[in-house]
Design a binder for this molecule. Structure first.
Ligand SMILES: Cc1cc2nc3c(=O)[nH]c(=O)nc-3n(C[C@H](O)[C@H](O)[C@H](O)COP(=O)(O)OP(=O)(O)OC[C@H]3O[C@@H](n4cnc5c(N)ncnc54)[C@H](O)[C@@H]3O)c2cc1C
Length: 453
């Protein structure tokens, strides 16, 4: 078997792995990135392809351009189940051609010296003395096996979690995904018969009958092409996602030219708080594999990029210290939790609450503005659901018809705050992780009890 040594091995070249590589490219480290797919299919996975502009700005990443950009977005229109209320939430973003952008980032990293092997799969970890020390790879181009030793492995295998799942199961980075903490999502990209009225707005339709625990989306990719699909909560014993798609497509996509469908496919999205630690000795887990997607809307590309960025920063520091233990890589946790993870934890609670609402309650809440557009924007940007005293009093009056809904909302806002505070006191070293984790678990189960009453 061939053997080689690298400083860093990145497994998976999707948004998280590619971003980690991009931020490591000028570090002087010897980096190898591998992906099971052929070059021209890397980044090609079922997705709605909508990414907020802020992610690119915050991380200093280039904007999608040319064929990587399909539509500039100005905001989202959100529709109530009865379609009687439409909310507009402004916010710039991009509807991207994900493989084209992803491959551009990979080319840029390759030009700066990162080695990339496509058609290459990490088959099993090299694990010695409590440290991840590399992986055994299989290259389908020449059917060769390669043993790669690396000081740090960045695990970016997406929801397959295909590398970390083969590590000893007592490592904290091997945490499993509960079925109910994932959405099953499916989408098609199709041409429309007529031009789309306003392609600069993404449309989201909430409806517990046509997409229980999730939503339908209609994301324009230009004037006459659309990414249309839905997500439903996993683990609930619902009929298959295709059943929902076929049954309700007409309600959301009656303008599709069914003869001109470009792609179709489905996949899972994690909708929970991130892994309690992204790092352990010799390894950092990023992206869907680390559950970094947004629990409420399931968008995971931006936060996959954040995780990749945080991983790269902590790897560079670990090399400065010559220490690749969990404590030395710990900064990746602090960086990710500060930038996105704490918000994810509070949004997980919000998601658990939303999934329990009936269509009637959602119609009522949106119509009466029990939560307003601004609250929603704040919740999605910061993970805070703030109901100021005066506003609350006003809305108590407005919502007299449903005091229990309002009381519940107050409980939700309190728990969201509590869990975010706990994430703000994330342990500064691995020794304190278990204690902190059990506090998180008890808030989540207390919360579940409180909203089930
Ligand atoms: C239907 C659907 C719609 C979505 N819509 C949106 C949206 O509109 N906006 C948004 O931001 N997010 C959306 N998401 C979520 C988003 O797609 C993911 O969060 C994001 O792409 C995750 O990126 P990643 O790099 O972690 O994983 P991936 O993009 O899945 O990349 C993982 C890579 O690892 C490779 N790999 C896996 N195992 C191995 C191995 N052992 N060896 C070598 N290579 C390996 C794979 O080939 C793959 O290329 C959606 C998801 C779904 C399913």
């Amino acid at each position: 078997m061939l053997k080689s040594n690298y400083d860093v091995l990145i497994i998976g070249g999707g948004f998280s792995g590619a971003t980690a590589a991009w931020h490591l490219a000028n570090s002087g480290l010897k980096v190898l990135l591998i992906d099971s797919k052929p070059w021209n299919r890397i980044g090609d996975k079922p997705c709605g392809d909508a990414v907020s502009k802020t992610h690119f700005d915050d991380l200093g990443m280039p904007y999608p351009e040319g064929n990587q950009l399909e539509q500039k977005i100005e905001g989202i229109k959100l529709y109530s189940p009865d379609n009687k209320t439409e909310w507009t939430v402004k916010g710039e973003g991009f509807e991207i051609n994900a493989p084209a952008y992803n491959q551009r980032i990979l080319r840029e990293t390759q030009n700066k010296g990162v080695e990339i092997l496509d058609l290459t799969t990490a088959m099993k970890p090299i694990f010695e003395d409590g440290f991840v020390k590399g992986a055994v790879l299989f290259n389908r181009r020449d059917n060769s096996q390669i043993e790669v030793n690396a000081k740090v492995v960045i695990e970016a295998t997406g929801y397959s979690m295909s590398f970390r799942s083969k590590l000893p199961q007592n490592l904290p980075v091997t945490e499993n995904l509960e079925d109910k903490d994932a959405d099953i999502a499916y989408r098609e990209v199709a041409y429309t018969v007529d031009d789309i009225e306003d392609p600069t707005y993404l449309k989201i339709f909430v409806n517990q009958e046509t997409s229980p625990g999730g939503y339908w989306w209609y994301f324009p990719k230009g004037k006459n092409k659309v990414n249309i699909g839905l997500g439903i909560q996993g683990g609930m014993g619902y009929p298959s996602i295709y059943t929902f798609y076929n049954k309700y497509l007409k309600e959301y996509g009656n303008d599709l030219d069914m003869k001109r469908i470009e792609v179709k496919g489905g996949a899972l999205v994690p909708t929970r708080r991130p892994l309690s630690t992204l790092v352990w000795n010799g390894i950092i887990v990023v992206g869907d594999s680390a559950f970094t997607a947004n629990p409420v809307h399931g968008g995971g590309k931006g936060s996959a990029m954040i995780a990749g960025y945080c991983a790269a920063k902590s790897v560079i520091k670990a090399f400065e210290n010559g220490d690749f233990s969990a404590s030395s890589l710990w900064d990746a946790n602090l960086c990710y939790i500060e930038r996105y993870g704490a918000k994810q934890a509070s949004l997980e609670l919000f998601r658990r609450f939303l999934q329990k609402l009936s269509n009637e309650e959602i119609n009522y809440g949106m119509k009466k503005k029990v939560i307003k557009e601004e609250d929603l924007l704040e919740a999605s940007e910061k993970g805070d659901l703030q109901l100021s005293v005066a506003e609350k009093a006003m809305r108590v009056i407005a919502a007299l018809g449903k005091p229990s809904l309002l009381m519940k909302l107050k409980t939700v806002a309190e728990y969201m705050k509590e869990i975010k505070t706990l994430y703000r006191s994330y342990p500064s070293n691995p020794e304190d992780l278990e204690k902190w984790k059990s506090k998180v678990n008890s808030i989540v189960s207390e919360f579940d009890n409180a909203i089930s009453k």
